[in-house]
Design a binder for this molecule. Structure first.
Ligand SMILES: *Cc1c(COP(=O)(O)O)cnc(C)c1O
Length: 413
C-alpha cells in the first residue's frame, strides 16, 4: 500500500523531475567550465600549514567559486564555522558605527537575531549599527515600504534572505530578487546588497550576483558542498566588498593573504563538482515527500506542482506529538545515529526548543537528509537534503509507514 502511494506520487512528478534534471545539467556544465577555465590540478588539493602564504589550493578554490557565481572575487574557507559565521563576518566587514542594516525579507534567520540585536554580546547593535526590517507581504517584496525605508541615507547594507528559513513562505526566485534589486538601484541605492544564499545554490540556473547582488553568502555544508565538504562557508561578490570581509575573517593587515588547511581541499573541490547533481537529488526527494504528505491530507510548502526555489520543505502537522514523531522517523531513516531517540532541546541561537534529525556523515550538514522543527505553534517541520534520491525514497517509505501506523489525522484514501 505504501509502495502504491510512492508510485502514484512519482507518476505525478514525472514532468517536474525532467525540468529539474535540465537545471542540473545546465549547472553541471557551468561548474565543469569553471574547473577547466581555472586549470584546476591535483596539486590544488594538497594541505598547507602555518600561515598558508601562497597556498594555491586556497587561492584556486576562491577563484573557482568566483567563476561559478560570476563574481569578481570570493572567500571560501574551512575556517568559517557555519553559515551564520559567514554572514556575520560579511556584516561586520561592511558596516560601521552609525550605519544601518536594512532587511527587506523581514527578520533574518533565527541565528542572526543575536548577531544583529543582541545585548552586550558584540552584536551590531552593541556597535551602534542600526537595524530596520521590511516584512514580506504574502512572501513577496513590499515595494512601497522598501521605498520608504530607503529614504534613510544611513543604510549601507540591504539584506535579502533567499530561502524561507523557519517561516511559512515561498523562497524568493532569482527573477523576483533581480527585479527588486533593479528597483532599489533605480531609487538610487548605492550601498551593498547582500543575499543570504543558504539553501539556494544550484536550485535555479542563475545565482544572486548575476542578478545584481553585490555579495552572496552561504554555508559549505549545505548545497554547494555537495555533501562532501566537511565544514566551511563562503562569501562571493564585488572585490571591494570581499576585501573588507577578508579583513574581518582574518585581520586587517593580512586579509586574504593567509590561511592554511592541513587536511587539504579535495573535498571542497569534489563537493562543488557534485553539487548540481546532489541538489537535484535533494529537490526530487523534497517533491516526493511533499507530494506523498499532501496526498495524505497534510499541508506542505512550497507547492509540489512547480519548481521550488530552495531545497527546504515545510510540512504542517496538527499536533506537537505528530510533529515529533515525524522528525524522529527522519532520524530513524538516517544512516548515522538511527538508533537514537530524538528529543527537543534548547539549541544555542534559537529562542524556542528545537528538535533536529541530522543523522548525517558531516555533523549538522543539511544537504544530507535532515529535518528540524522549532517546538512552537503552528507545528511545522522543515525537511531538507538527501544525498541520493533513493535514500529520500527509503525515508519517505518509513515516514508514511509511521504515520499510517499511528493513524494520525491521516485521511487514508
Ligand atoms: C542555514 C541557514 C543559515 C546559517 O545557518 P548555519 O546553521 O549557521 O549554517 C542562514 N540563513 C539561512 C536562510 C539558512 O538556511
Amino acid at each position: 500500500m505504501i509502495n502504491r502511494y510512492i508510485e502514484q506520487a512519482e507518476e505525478q512528478l514525472k514532468l517536474l523531475y525532467k525540468e529539474i534534471e535540465e537545471i542540473a545539467y545546465f549547472n553541471q556544465n557551468k561548474v565543469l567550465e569553471a574547473f577547466q577555465k581555472n586549470h584546476i590540478a591535483l596539486r590544488h588539493f594538497s594541505g598547507s600549514s602555518g600561515y598558508g602564504y601562497g597556498d594555491e589550493g586556497r587561492e584556486k578554490l576562491n577563484m573557482l567559486y568566483a567563476s561559478v557565481f560570476k563574481a569578481e572575487s570570493a572567500i571560501v574557507s574551512p575556517h568559517i564555522v557555519s553559515g551564520t559565521h559567514a554572514l556575520t563576518i560579511a556584516l561586520f566587514g561592511l558596516l560601521k558605527t552609525g550605519d544601518k542594516l536594512l532587511s527587506i525579507t523581514g527578520m533574518p534567520y533565527d541565528t542572526l537575531q543575536e548577531v544583529i540585536q543582541g545585548n552586550n554580546n558584540g552584536s551590531l547593535k552593541d556597535y551602534h549599527i542600526d537595524f530596520e526590517k521590511v516584512e514580506l507581504i504574502d512572501g513577496k517584496f513590499d515595494y512601497a515600504n522598501i521605498r520608504k525605508a530607503l529614504q534613510d541615507k544611513k543604510i549601507q547594507v540591504i539584506f535579502i534572505q533567499r530561502s524561507r528559513g523557519y517561516t511559512w513562505r515561498d523562497s524568493l526566485s532569482q527573477q523576483e530578487i533581480k527585479e527588486c534589486i533593479q528597483y532599489m538601484r533605480k531609487l538610487g541605492f548605492r550601498g551593498c546588497i547582500l543575499v543570504d544564499n543558504c539553501y539556494g545554490e544550484f536550485v535555479e540556473q542563475t545565482e544572486p550576483i548575476e542578478n545584481g547582488a553585490d555579495l552572496a553568502v552561504g554555508s559549505c555544508i549545505k548545497n554547494i558542498g555537495g555533501g562532501l565538504a566537511e565544514s566551511g562557508g563562503y562569501i562571493v561578490g564585488k572585490r571591494q566588498y570581499i576585501d573588507k570581509v577578508a579583513c574581518r575573517l582574518t585581520a586587517p593587515s593580512i586579509a586574504g593573504e593567509v590561511g592554511s588547511y592541513i587536511a587539504g581541499y579535495r573535498l571542497f573541490y569534489q563537493g562543488l563538482f557534485l553539487a548540481p547533481h546532489i541538489v537535484m537529488q535533494t529537490i526530487k526527494g523534497s517533491l516526493l515527500i511533499g507530494t506523498c504528505m499532501q496526498n495524505l491530507g497534510y499541508t506542505t510548502s512550497p507547492s509540489v506542482n512547480k519548481l521550488p526555489y530552495d531545497i527546504t520543505r515545510a510540512i504542517a502537522f496538527h499536533t506537537e506529538e505528530e510533529l515529533i514523531a515525524f522528525i524522529q522517523t527522519v532520524g530513524e531513516a538516517s544512516p548515522i545515529d538511527s538508533f537514537l531517540k530524538l528529543e527537543p532541546w534548547d539549541m544555542p541561537g534559537y529562542d524556542s526548543k528545537v528538535i533536529m534529525a541530522a543523522g548525517s556523515f558531516v555533523q549538522g550538514a543539511s544537504i544530507e537528509l535532515s529535518a528540524d522543527a522549532p517546538i512552537r505553534k503552528p507545528y511545522i517541520a522543515y525537511f531538507q537534503g538527501g544525498l541520493t534520491y533513493e535514500h529520500c525514497k527509503c525515508a519517505t517509505h518509513q515516514i508514511l509507514q509511521k504515520l499510517l501506523e499511528k493513524k494520525y489525522n491521516v485521511d487514508s484514501k
